[in-house]
Design a protein. Structure first.
Ligand SMILES: O=C(O)CCC(=O)C(=O)O
Ligand SMILES: [Fe+2]
Length: 449
């Protein structure tokens, strides 16, 4: 897990292009898409009696404006608020399919459900999804339950529970504060040579990784199964959901080959990961990620950050059609031994999180712990030896302009300095628009060797 944090947008001074308008609207912390963690923390400090989920719902209902959300909460202090939680702890239950709710005639004898059923998620509310068809239809993900033979899933879980005893929390800079991640993690690659390259050549949040490990026997054994399943899911997705049944612009046409894995451990209901998009720096644009969950069932939440319907898409070819949160967030329930595929439209247009839970069902082998493995395809053409370096002389980070409102640069990728993400370090003003061919191969990296 490398990218759940971003920092306050600094003033960017592109060279040699004129200063880009990443967001032409007035910027402050409240309006920054990337600062949800901080906003939640601020809101929580103002309303310590309310749980994170309620605070997030209220924050979303106020378009992310902390003051407005707080004002509503204060106004409602003496009156039971319609937005505060009414029920007891959320129960991890089961749901057959949304189709039963969206199509009254559905049942064994009814006609098939229309391709696009009405989504129940509304701004400020959370839609809970369990069924693979619903997840594929309404989110940028697809899921395979009971993915591994159960003995293999258990062996992998036991192996990683042992590994996780030495996982650590990551420390990073959020705005001007140094904070630690609310869960532990480590990073695995295939060989000693790759470990070496990761430690000395790659940069994450402005710094080198110190905890890089050699892939474990079970992680390695499962890898080809994940590869086959993810590639099959990619093809299914292209045929069922993308315009003209073609891969997205900038999506790689090559076979997806996982060669790195972040492993996360969530020990207990309160461990979590805040809203983020995964970094594309080494995966390239329109990246696909295979995410295997083991142990305790937790909610993986997704919300669209780029509106789909109201705003015409400046690049209609760029995005797939599937997924439509309509302002609300969707909770995908990830049980033990489920493989979630985050498809090519996910990182640029959606954010995801694992929210703290009020209650969890202990797992017979893992107790209160959940292990998550995100298998990733580090593409050779995105190796830091090829990507732009900033004035601090480190490889830059690849980002995308996500805020869309009236922003002509929406959807454009850029390289920028991330040295300032490290506590006590300052970055430089390096900025360069990124250009790719249709298959996502970088065109203007400048310092190719
Ligand atoms: O634990 C999960 O399911 C997601 C983890 C995640 O988002 C990440 O590692 O980037
Ligand atoms: Fe992530």
């Amino acid at each position: 897990m490398e990218a759940f944090v971003t920092r306050k947008k600094r003033k960017i001074c592109p060279e040699p292009e004129p200063e880009p308008e990443l967001d032409p609207e007035p910027q402050n912390e409240e309006e920054s898409e990337e600062s949800t963690d901080l906003k939640l923390a601020m809101l929580a400090s103002l309303h310590p009696d309310l749980d994170q989920e309620t605070l997030l719902d209220i924050l979303l209902a106020h378009d992310g404006a902390v003051h407005a959300a707080s004002a509503s909460l204060s106004a409602a202090q003496d009156i039971p608020s319609p937005t505060t939680k009414k029920s007891g702890p959320r129960v991890v239950g089961s749901q057959t399919s949304l189709k039963l709710f969206t199509n009254p005639s559905s049942g064994p004898c009814s006609s098939p459900v229309p391709k696009k059923s009405k989504l129940l998620s509304k701004k400020g509310a959370t839609l809970h999804l369990y069924d693979p068809d619903d997840i594929a239809e309404h989110t940028p993900c697809s899921i395979i339950h009971n993915f591994l033979p159960s003995g293999e899933a258990n062996a992998l879980l036991l192996e990683l529970l042992e590994e996780s005893k030495t996982f650590e929390k990551i420390t990073f800079k959020l705005f001007e504060n140094v904070v630690t991640s609310p869960h532990t993690s480590s990073f695995y690659v295939g060989s000693s040579m790759e470990m070496d390259r990761q430690r000395h050549e790659y940069v994450y949040n402005g710094a080198r990784l110190t905890d890089v490990r050699k892939i474990t026997p079970w992680l390695d054994k499962v890898k080809p199964l994940v590869q086959a399943a993810v590639n099959a899911e990619i093809q299914k997705r292209i045929l069922s959901s993308y315009p003209g049944a073609k891969k997205l612009k900038y999506q790689s046409p090559k076979t997806w080959v996982p060669n790195a894995a972040f492993v996360n451990c969530y020990n207990g209901p309160h461990e979590s990961v805040g809203w983020h998009s995964d970094q594309l720096t080494y995966l390239g644009p329109r990246a696909v990620i295979g995410s295997l969950s083991l142990g305790v069932t937790r909610e993986f939440r997704v919300r669209r950050v780029v509106p789909k319907k109201d705003d015409p898409d400046p690049d209609p070819e760029a995005a797939g059609d599937a997924g439509d949160a309509e302002g609300g967030q969707i909770a995908i329930h990830l049980p033990h031994n489920s493989l979630l595929v985050m498809h090519a439209e996910m990182q640029e247009e959606w954010k995801h999180s694992v929210s703290p839970a009020q209650a969890i069902d202990p797992h017979p082998l893992a107790g209160n712990r959940r292990i998550n493995i995100t298998y990733r395809d580090y593409r050779e053409e995105f190796h830091p030896r090829y990507t732009p370096r900033c004035k601090c002389d480190i490889p830059t980070v690849l980002r995308v302009v996500q805020k869309k409102k009236k922003n002509e640069n929406w959807g454009r990728y850029f390289w920028m300095c991330h040295a300032g993400n490290v506590p006590d370090k300052k970055g430089c003003s390096f900025f360069q628009w990124a250009k790719f061919d249709d298959d996502g191969v970088p065109l203007n990296t400048g310092n190719r060797k």
